[in-house]
Design a protein around this ligand. Structure first.
Ligand code: NAP
Ligand code: G4F
Length: 329
């Protein structure tokens, strides 16, 4: 039974990747950082099937100790400060987690077992002010946020350790991917949760920032499959993972409010406080290399993604309403 370590297992991608690895017969070690309140909402259903190891990307010794104790063959580094606006207000902390954290983990691998296969969660945010359309593995980076800058560092240190120390290290340049498990602060889930609340009479408005930016939005479970495929090849490499379609935030609004027969323009309020100091206007990926070499392709369309997220939020808020009604009866 192979063993895999997943950092960021409590996050959106970590939870889906842990499910996939369990299905493939792996022993899964999920690294979690110490918090005063346990935050296992996304992994509660598999909590008994995985092992939890305490560690932090800020703490070198914890990373070395986990590798020494569990001896994984594969390490997926999904942990990061992943919210772009926070990277503007906490740029140094973002650099510590999202940039230097990658080096700490790669150094732990180099010290404990350089034969470990390593996946780094790189991001289309690295393309930022895009140099070409669509963006591929060969497109130059031009990050537009401290988060994007930190991810560029994480990407290149992964390439550098591969070339310097012969580590099987891959960087997956993943475009935005979403699901009902997406953090509520990200625009897709903020919108679909808002739509459900408005439909059920729990909210009257939805406050948003820039509606013109365009993203290549895919479905998270498809994207974790690409991560796993990258570590199963003969040679390590870097891959763009994307749908190849781009849509504006406005289109996301039309589709999601339209799904419940509402007109988004009656409910959305534009709020300057959600604008960023620098914006990434347009992302659209060319995943043809992943298609050719990994046999990967997305399985969920933009419309399907929006609808499944709205439906999941409607179900969630309906359940909450029933619970509230039962407890006040
Ligand atoms: P997410 O939901 O924000 O999850 C981030 C995870 O990192 C959480 O489990 C968090 O733990 C953990 N973490 C944060 N700081 C840590 C630290 N110092 N030590 C240990 N763990 C720490 O992110 P996601 O959407 O699943 O994304 C996974 C990875 O892919 C991230 O690296 C992200 O930057 C990258 N990425 C995401 C997308 C996307 O569209 N989702 C696209 C490209 C790249 P807590 O639960 O304790 O906070
Ligand atoms: O959902 P977002 O916050 O995602 P963003 O900034 O594209 O970053 C996500 O995708 C990256 C991959 O490219 C990941 F690496 C990163 O970790 C993260 O998962 O914002 C999307 C767009 C932006 O242009 C933003 O300005 O939506 C716009 N937006 C408009 N109103 C908003 C809002 N974003 C948020 N979060 N909240 C708003 O109210």
């Amino acid at each position: 039974m192979p063993t895999a370590l997943v950092t960021g297992v409590t996050g959106q991608d970590g939870s889906y990747l842990a499910e996939l690895l369990l299905k493939q017969g792996y022993k899964v070690i999920g690294m979690v950082r110490r918090t005063s309140t346990i935050n296992f909402d996304r992994i509660r259903h598999i909590q008994d099937e995985i092992e939890i190891a305490q560690g932090d990307l800020l703490d070198q010794l914890s990373l070395i100790s986990i590798l020494q104790e569990y001896r994984p063959q594969e390490v997926y580094n999904l942990a990061a400060q992943s919210f772009v606006p926070t990277s503007f207000s906490q740029p140094v902390l973002t650099g510590e987690f999202t940039a230097l954290g990658v080096t700490r983990l790669l150094d732990a691998i180099r010290i404990v077992d350089p034969s470990i296969r390593f996946y780094q969660a790189s991001s289309s945010e690295m393309f930022g002010k895009v140099r070409e359309v669509p963006q591929s593995e060969d497109t130059p980076f031009y990050p537009r946020s401290p988060y994007g800058v930190a991810k560029v560092y994480g990407h290149w240190i992964t390439v550098n350790y591969r070339e310097s120390y012969d580590i099987y290290a891959c960087s997956g340049i993943l475009f935005n991917h979403e699901s009902p498990r997406r953090g509520l602060e990200f625009v897709t889930h903020k919108i679909t949760s808002g739509v459900a609340r408005i439909k059920l009479g729990l909210s009257k408005e939805l406050r948003l920032g820039n509606l013109d930016s365009r993203r290549d939005w895919g479905y998270a479970p498809d994207y974790v499959r690409a991560m796993w495929l990258m570590l199963q090849q003969d040679n390590p490499d870097d891959y763009v993972v994307a749908t190849g379609e781009t849509h504006s935030v406005r289109e996301f609004l039309e589709e999601s409010f339209g799904h419940v027969d509402l007109d988004w323009q009656e409910f959305v309020v534009q709020d300057d406080s959600y604008y960023r100091p620098a914006e990434v206007d347009l992302l659209v990926g060319d995943a043809s290399k992943a298609g050719r070499q990994l046999g990967w392709e997305p399985s969920v369309s933009f419309g399907e993604l929006v609808r499944l997220m709205v439906d999941a939020d409607l179900e969630y808020w309906q359940r909450q309403l029933k619970r509230d009604a039962a407890s006040s009866a």
